[in-house]
Design a protein around this ligand. Structure first.
Ligand code: GDP
Ligand code: IMO
Ligand code: MG
Length: 421
């Protein structure tokens, strides 16, 4: 049996999509267990270039069963658009299934996310404005609409009739027009007609796969530093990207996960607000952003860039239980004369080596180790031995800090630009 969670070890955008796409060549099932279309998972393979928001990154293997799990929040509009894009590129969608328990991101969620963000003024979280926070808030408040409801018009009508007056009050508060119940119902039932055949109870499929010892991948969204409980609260997303949440979000017993692969970018990036101790504003930041093409896959926003944070790594390792690392974007560091790695923070004159809570993290200054850079390109390397010795030393130090062995090193965005260690 192998159930492997693939999770982000930093602030998101580590390259989870490309790693899942690679691993899915030999996987029987891929399950997205949390998040929604705030995700932008970039995949480059023989079908082309894709920025997946909801469809699991295993979709390119027609033999892989792809499940949008119950822990997700799904905007049907986005999903239908994404499916059309994939289909027109020749990608088979026969094996795509949606949990009837997934929450629906309704039009009012998206509207309210934008309105609430704007109203926060200088205190903005920098959300993707995709309605993620409001949708998870409704889930917790037990007033969410679920994908299965889209296929039960009478039930849906009753639920929406209960919820909509509250949402309209909130919209009114922001000076926005009320949404019409009949229009919303018509829209939602139309989604139900399109997606209905795929909306199922995914639990028996997951159970059977695990019981039969199939290879299952759990695809995380974002990274630990945006985890609702362990990230830089309140500058976080509204779900838990850590591996521990994958069981609930996919429908697995706690002991089912056999491997946790941490996707670690060879440096750090973040989109959105909140503390980011290793952030750079100098020429190195420009290098990382330009060479690494660090622009949000969902919103197009320039990503904040900085050196790798080696204080976050052991924190992420503990919270997730890493069994192996996939270190990505090593090639982006090619040509830099030196590479820095944060190994501690200075807080009020004291050196600390743990991640403190947000107000203290805001005041932390990074303490760096400096490693020699390498001038040779790593992009064509396909074996560990082909990497410059300086790059090998830097990678070994990352593994030491994360306390887990390196399993993959990615040296470019294409599927084959990967070293299996
Ligand atoms: P995700 O959200 O974790 O799946 O990551 P994103 O797709 O948002 O961001 C990763 C970006 O880096 C994408 O543009 C990928 O195509 C690109 N990428 C992934 N791995 C590598 C790599 O090893 N080298 C380079 N240069 N780009 C990479
Ligand atoms: P992937 O899966 C990077 C960030 C937003 C914001 C915070 C909350 O591609 O790594 P939200 O819309 O979730 O309420 O925003 O989280 N954020 C991401 N940053 N990659 C993502 O996804 C993100 N999804 C959300 O920028 O700071
Ligand atoms: Mg992304």
């Amino acid at each position: 049996m192998s159930v492997t969670a693939v999770v982000g070890a930093q602030w998101g955008d580590e390259g989870k999509g490309r790693i899942v796409d690679y691993l899915a060549q030999r996987a029987d099932m891929v399950i997205r267990f949390q998040g929604g279309d705030n995700a932008g998972h970039t995949v480059m393979n023989e079908y082309g270039l894709f920025r997946l928001h909801l469809v699991p990154s295993g979709i390119f293997n027609p033999a892989t069963c792809c499940i949008v799990g119950p822990g997700t929040v799904v905007n049907p509009e986005t999903l239908i658009g994404e499916m059309a894009e994939l289909a027109s590129a020749g990608v088979a969608l026969d094996n795509l299934w949606l949990s009837e328990r997934s929450q629906v991101v309704m039009p009012y969620h998206r509207l309210l996310d934008g309105l609430e963000e704007t109203a926060r003024g200088s205190g903005q979280i920098g959300t993707t404005r995709r309605g993620i926070g409001p949708a998870y808030a409704d889930k917790a408040a037990r007033i969410g609409i679920r994908l299965g409801d889209l296929c039960r018009p009478d039930y849906l009508a009753a639920r929406l009739a209960q919820v909509l007056p509250h949402k309209n009050l909130a919209l009114q508060h922001f000076g926005q027009p009320a949404l019409n119940l009949d229009d919303l119902l018509a829209q939602a039932t139309a989604w139900g007609r399109v997606l209905g055949p795929r909306i199922v109870d995914t639990l028996p499929m997951v159970q059977e796969a695990v019981q039969r010892g199939r290879r299952v991948l759990l695809e995380g969204q974002l990274g630990v530093m945006r985890d609702l409980d362990w990230g830089t609260y309140p500058y976080v997303t509204s779900s838990n990207p850590i591996a521990g949440a994958a069981c609930a979000g996919a429908g697995l017993p706690a002991a089912a996960i056999t491997e946790v692969i941490a996707v670690v970018k060879a440096y750090c990036t973040a989109v959105g607000a909140g503390p980011f101790p290793t952030e750079l504003k100098d020429d190195v930041a420009v290098h990382l952003r330009q060479v690494g093409q660090e622009y949000g896959a969902t919103t197009g926003r320039p990503r904040r860039c900085g050196w790798l944070d080696g204080v976050v790594l052991p924190y992420a390792a503990w919270l997730n239980g890493f069994t192996g690392l996939a270190i990505t974007k090593l090639d982006v560091l090619d040509g830099l004369p030196e590479v820095k790695l944060c190994v501690g923070y200075r807080l009020e004159g004291r050196l600390i080596t743990h991640v403190p809570d947000t107000p203290d993290l805001e005041r932390c200054e990074p303490v760096y180790e400096t490693w020699p850079g390498w001038s040779r390109s790593t992009r064509t390397a396909r074996r560990w031995e082909e990497l410059p010795t300086e790059a090998q030393a830097y990678l070994r130090r990352i593994a030491e800090l994360a306390g887990a062995p390196i399993r993959y090193v990615s040296v470019g965005p294409e599927r084959d630009q990967l070293i299996v260690v």
